[in-house]
Design a protein around this ligand. Sequence first.
Ligand code: FAD
Length: 291
Amino acid sequence: MKPAKFDYYDPRSLEEALTLLDTHQGDCKVLAGGQSLMPLLNMRLARPNVVVDINRIKELNYVRPNDGGIAVGALARQRALQTDKVIAERVPILQEAAYYIAHPQIRSRGTICGSIAHADPAAELPALALALDAEMTLTSAKAARTVGAEAFFQSFFTTALEANEILTEVRFPAPPKDGAWSVLEISRRHGDFAIAGIVAGLALDSDRQIIRRARLVYFGVGPTPIRVKAAEDALIGQAALESAFEAAAQSASQGIDPSNDIHASEEYRRAVAATLTKRALRAALQKLTEK
Ligand SMILES: Cc1cc2nc3c(=O)[nH]c(=O)nc-3n(C[C@H](O)[C@H](O)[C@H](O)COP(=O)(O)OP(=O)(O)OC[C@H]3O[C@@H](n4cnc5c(N)ncnc54)[C@H](O)[C@@H]3O)c2cc1C
């Protein structure tokens, strides 16, 4: 299929792009990597009258150290998750997650910010943004504002972004050094969107027996990535043993909001989330014991 007609702009500066968005508010789509937008246009599920291609705005193409973490500009590709040394050193769980995101061709065009802006509930990067307390910079022609991940993801493919705003930067803070992270998912084929997935973080007390902190964020099992605080509470203060992991898994399977669709039933997704919880916690614990 071919897209419906639209006017195409490829501005060279952020200012120019933001002016275009302001002028055509509500009738305009930003084109970044195009790996989600182009299929939507081709299938006519999106029919904007104007497309603003940001690929020529060089100032948006960066990954930089930021405090202990990293700052990622709107044009940094998902491929950077696997190749950028700053990411590997500072937020290595992002590198691990990249393995699950689509395929090399898609990662070499698709952007990190594009995935977050698109907010597919089964995508890995929105879940990582929530798990790691990432912050987004949303920029319009008039102002820039910062929104935390919890407020950013609002519903299926719906975020805090206004029609005249570009997600210009996402900042991932460095995860605390005393913790370990794991990301896992189940999909029908490698590179497909997840049927269910998890980002799990764990930290132990000084004698490495008791769980001091836990973070459990799920994707593919609700309208947004979902942090299940009840499952985290089932872990905190407990010995890092299978019994605690089992309790967290049961709690998580009830704390998510999966739907039935052609890929899997609600019941199956709950069961997968429970199993992944135990696997991810074991993997994080293993990393802690190797530190
Ligand atoms: C076959 C296939 C398999 C895939 N598998 C996975 C997978 O397993 N996991 C996964 O996470 N993704 C997967 N994807 C999607 C891929 O990661 C996309 O690259 C990503 O979702 C969107 O990034 P993009 O840069 O391509 O954005 P685009 O396609 O250009 O844009 C997507 C949407 O976000 C908006 N947008 C993009 N950037 C910005 C910005 N900076 N500010 C404001 N709005 C913006 C656009 O207007 C559009 O509405 C897959 C894609 C394909 C084609």
